[in-house]
Design a protein around this ligand. Structure first.
Ligand code: TMP
Length: 217
């Protein structure tokens, strides 16, 4: 089922995700994309993982702020997935049912890249748990902001409030970046790789073009 909005015909279940390593500019790009699509008269919701709702806020704090807490990688996997299940059931799916677009800053690909490739948990297990946790929801389109790890991390230096994950060694972040590239190679139709080393507005223009060509199909 589709909704006509001006010249654009938008699929009712348009779920778009943004992915990338630390400092890739996802959140800025997600915000700019939301504003742009809203200006086109579309109904848009922007959300992120982890951290939605009461459970999400607790889980986010445990995962990213409690620096003394040494989580087992499996415990970390399950916590990210618990956050996702609640978020999908209580927020994302209802928003998609109302029609319009949901943009999510990180989703299942983050789990595969960080817990699968970064933490080196068994990939089959991570993929299975992550798939179940998403309650069958898969992004229609994923924008992967690709940037060398050192460039991304150096951007974080200027920022307040680094998370536990930001402080992982360089090799960890390199594995995550490589993991993302493998995901994009496996699913080139869904995952579009965007060079994120350029000017913010140049990157945004490319993202808008990709999104527009997807949602007006
Ligand atoms: P961010 O909100 O600044 O992107 O921080 C979220 C952090 O959590 C980031 O380092 C990536 C990490 N993460 C995972 O490791 N696995 C996941 O499934 C998700 C959603 C995020």
């Amino acid at each position: 089922m589709s909704t006509a909005v001006g010249k654009l015909v938008v699929s009712r279940d348009m779920f778009i995700t943004l992915e990338g390593v630390e400092g890739s500019g996802k959140s800025t790009q997600a915000e700019l994309l939301k504003e742009f699509l809203q200006k086109q008269g579309l109904k848009v919701t922007l959300t992120r993982e982890p951290g939605w709702g009461a459970l999400g806020r607790l889980i986010r704090r445990l995962l990213l702020e409690e620096k003394e807490l040494e989580l087992h990688p499996l415990a970390e996997l399950y916590l990210f997935c618990a956050d996702r299940t609640q978020h999908v059931r209580d927020f994302v799916l209802p928003k998609l049912k109302e029609g319009g677009i949901v943009i999510c800053d990180r989703f299942t690909d983050s789990t595969i890249a960080y817990q699968g490739y970064g933490r080196r948990l068994e990939l089959d297990l991570v993929e299975r748990v992550a798939r179940e946790a998403a309650l069958g929801l898969k992004p229609k389109l994923t924008i992967l902001l690709n940037i060398p790890v050192k460039v991304g991390l150096s951007r974080l230096e200027k920022r307040e409030g680094k998370t536990k994950m930001d402080e992982e060694p360089l090799e960890f972040h390199e594995r995550v970046r490589q993991g993302y590239i493998f995901i994009a190679q496996k699913e080139p139709k869904r995952v579009k790789v965007v060079n994120a080393t350029r000017d913010i507005y140049e990157i945004q223009q490319e993202i808008r073009n990709i999104v527009l060509s997807h949602i007006s199909k």
